[in-house]
Design a protein around this ligand. Structure first.
Ligand SMILES: [Zn+2]
Length: 288
């Protein structure tokens, strides 16, 4: 099971989170047939979104992250709820690019330039929405920038996804530090130095797991622990209501044109098929 561990450092001036998301990334690879490049782009976004969702306060709260860049991969959309159930997709899952000048996956080229938008839905209140420019395209820097600029929470983050020759994820996760109120500059700089040691976070996850990093590198600290998983919340009821909202005319247009209505969930590839008899039931029409 994937995990998120959290603790406080430097007398409570810095919060630390360590995330392991290998299974989640493998589930995304399975659903969307991702290349190593798009697995990295989507996997990093899902990891950062999970961190963000781990700070949601109430059950039922959820958030969505949209990264709209002009890169090869197209738009990335991720949503997570307060129970840390995450799902996501990328517009062009088969996107591929040559390795960058450092011999790494060119996630920046996959994402491109554009904007990142975060929407938090919290109960009955209006959704809270924030957005910022994509400053890097490597995703960790972008989330750190978003937190620092839009939420005034200075943040340092490392994210990584390691994929083997067969296209399977063998290590994915992240490490995040945030300055809490009362944090002084020297402490923030010390925290930044720690994060910089995890430039290759996916290899750390592969070799030791988030649990190993926690136990070996932050020995003696008390951590909270939560499970996270890839889970789509689409359902027959939800798709039914989506179809109904199209209106009778549109529904019959599609039906007459295609002989059926086929809805494929973008997050989990589940297929919902409606034939004429199903539509009649849906619209409450009686055969007489
Ligand atoms: Zn689904």
């Amino acid at each position: 099971m994937d995990k998120i561990y959290k603790t406080l450092l430097f007398d409570g001036k810095i919060s630390l989170a360590i995330l392991e998301t290998t299974e989640i990334v493998n589930q995304a690879i399975k659903y969307h047939k991702l290349t190593p490049l798009t697995a990295a782009a989507l996997g990093r976004t899902m990891t950062a979104s999970l961190f963000m969702a781990s700070n949601l306060k109430n059950e039922g709260d959820k958030l969505s992250v949209t990264i709209s860049g002009d890169g090869k991969g197209g738009q990335i959309i991720v949503s997570v709820d307060s129970k840390l159930r995450v799902r996501g997709y990328i517009d062009n899952p088969t996107a591929n690019l040559p390795l960058n000048e450092l011999g790494k996956l060119d996630v920046r080229g996959c994402v491109g330039k554009g904007r990142m938008t975060i929407v938090r839905n919290m109960g009955l209140k209006e959704p809270y929405s924030g957005s910022c420019e994509i400053v890097s395209g490597e995703i960790a820097e972008d989330f750190a920038y978003y937190y620092t600029i839009s939420e005034q929470e200075p943040t340092a983050m490392a994210l990584g996804v390691l994929v083997d020759g067969e296209g399977k994820c063998i290590g994915a996760g992240g490490i995040v530090m945030q300055a809490l109120p009362g944090c002084d500059d020297e402490t923030a700089i010390e925290a930044q130095k720690i994060i910089m040691k995890y430039g290759d976070i996916s290899t750390h996850i592969k070799n030791r797991g988030a649990n190993g990093i926690k136990n070996e590198d932050f020995k003696g600290l008390y951590f909270t622990e939560r499970d996270a998983k890839y889970e789509c919340i689409c359902s027959q009821d939800y798709i039914d209501s989506m179809i109904i909202s199209l209106g009778k005319e549109e529904i019959y247009d599609i039906l007459n044109e295609q002989g059926e209505i086929l809805v494929e969930c973008q997050y989990c590839d589940k297929k919902y098929r409606y034939l004429e008899k199903d539509v009649k039931v849906l619209l409450g029409e009686n055969d007489g």
